[in-house]
Design a protein around this ligand. Structure first.
Ligand code: ATP
Ligand code: MN
Length: 432
């Protein structure tokens, strides 16, 4: 039996006769020697066909191949320092599976609009496959970290009957004669499961019908949301630090080759080690004012540019805490020392990637929560189940939401969030 191997594992098969199955990236004819660059999803490898005989049958097969044709090849893996990756396949059997007609994405560079329209094919590029492998590694690292810390995965529904923070940015849909909304956060449900299991997290897609057209916003994005009974704000800030450090360490450990494909400078990533700096909103505001680069008035939320300005002087993720209550969600616990502020945290990624985590300690007092629901003009009726969590064994608890795509964009240093997910959903962009 000839083993069917992945290109990624080629080194372990040096000198052996193997089979590869993949697609042609490009090919080159140098007379007696024909070169093919083959990709199989795990990596790329040069394959060569050599013969002194111009009528060598494999040469005819080679001549039929085109960019993106699929094939099976067999041959011997040889160490070759000149070959990309250090190994090449010396081919003795070549079997086309499908000969592709002219491929729309040529090797010349295309504009973003064209690439987005061909996203289903663009995904095959070396750069996009590197990003997707890193995205998968990040998701697995997050799960491994949360699981190892004793958090139980409790997924939240996507179709929801009540709006967590008002209806303005919700997608509404029909639900057997009622209105339903696509979830914009699993948090409220995670609060319920946290009271059952103590430490939980949700991990799933969330939806924001925001008309923001920035390089940081998607309409559909994935979030991992831990919720932790009896935990205070500082506990979840600690958790977030160790989580981010573990995720970055995993990518550095397992995906150096992919980071190299992306030409990602790894030096800034090596610095992502706890503790991370922590400042308050007021302190952030002072930095902002001192920079002279922002005219955001005190008391307002920090915009993306503000976050970049403030985080510029730090080489690690920056935790900004104690925002004014007025600009934050109704369920956030007021700071006992200054009730105009809430016990919340936004973690700002370095290198200008903005907020990747938003979290808080949640109000556990029934009457206070009822009051906040009224003040925010929300329906007390639909929140009855949520208020029950404060009626039966209520405890202080805290959690946060980590945006997966923003994390991928930062770690891969992508110029735009659209490349961080296989099929981005953005304003005016639903195809493919
Ligand atoms: P922003 O102010 O940047 O729009 P937000 O404060 O509305 O974000 P949260 O509700 O706190 O976001 O969501 C938690 C996390 O989810 C954010 O820290 C971010 O990582 C991610 N996130 C939020 N909105 C988006 C979006 N539209 N696209 C991609 N990720 C998002
Ligand atoms: Mn936020």
């Amino acid at each position: 039996m000839i083993p069917w191997i992945s290109i990624r594992d080629a080194a372990a098969y040096a000198g052996r006769h193997v089979e590869l199955r993949g697609w042609i990236i490009n090919q080159r004819d140098s007379g007696r020697i024909k070169f093919m660059l083959i990709r199989d999803g795990s990596g790329t490898m040069q394959a060569t066909i050599w013969s002194k005989d111009p009528d060598f049958p494999l040469f005819q097969t080679f001549a039929r191949l085109t960019q993106e044709s699929s094939l099976k090849v067999r041959g011997t893996i040889q160490a070759d320092p000149r070959a990309p990756g250090g190994f090449e396949l010396q081919v003795d059997h070549l079997e086309p599976v499908h000969i592709a007609p002219e491929y729309p994405i040529a090797r010349k560079s295309h504009g973003t609009a064209f690439l987005m329209k061909h996203r289903h094919l663009w995904l095959r590029s070396q750069r996009q496959t590197a990003i997707l492998r890193i995205r998968a590694a990040i998701i697995r690292a997050i799960r491994d970290f949360m699981d190892s810390r004793g958090f139980v995965l409790t997924d939240a529904p996507i179709l929801t009957g009540n709006a967590a923070e008002g209806t303005t940015t919700l997608f509404e849909t029909k639900y057997f004669g009622e209105s339903a909304y696509l979830s914009q956060s699993g948090q409220l449900y995670a609060e319920a499961t946290a009271m059952a299991l103590g430490k939980v997290y949700t991990f799933g897609p969330t939806f924001r019908a925001e008309k923001s057209k920035t390089r940081r916003h998607l309409i559909e994005f994935w979030m991992m949301e831990p919720e932790w009974a009896f935990a205070e704000l500082s506990d979840v800030i600690d958790l977030s630090e160790h989580l981010l450090a573990a995720v970055v360490a995993r990518v550095l450990d397992k995906h150096r080759e992919d980071l190299k494909i992306l030409e990602r400078d790894t030096a800034p990533l090596e610095k992502i080690v706890p503790p991370f700096p922590r400042i308050t909103y007021d302190e952030a505001f002072e930095l902002l004012k001192a920079s002279g680069e922002s005219d955001t008035p005190y008391g307002e939320d920090l915009g993306g540019t503000d976050e970049t300005i403030v985080s510029k002087s730090f080489d690690r993720p920056l935790a900004i805490t104690h925002y004014p209550a007025d600009i934050k969600a109704f369920y956030m616990q007021p700071d006992a020392a200054d009730p105009k502020k809430v016990l919340c945290v936004d973690v700002i990624a370095p290198e200008g990637y903005g907020e990747i985590i938003g979290g808080s300690q949640r109000i556990h007092d029934l009457e206070l929560l009822e009051q906040k629901i009224r003040e925010h003009g929300l329906s007390e009726e639909v929140f009855q189940w949520y208020l029950d969590l404060r009626r039966f064994g209520s405890v202080p608890h805290s959690g946060f939401g980590l945006g997966i795509e923003r994390t991928v964009a930062w770690i891969c240093k992508l110029p735009h969030i659209r490349e961080s997910i296989p099929f981005p959903r953005m304003l005016y962009n639903l195809y493919p």
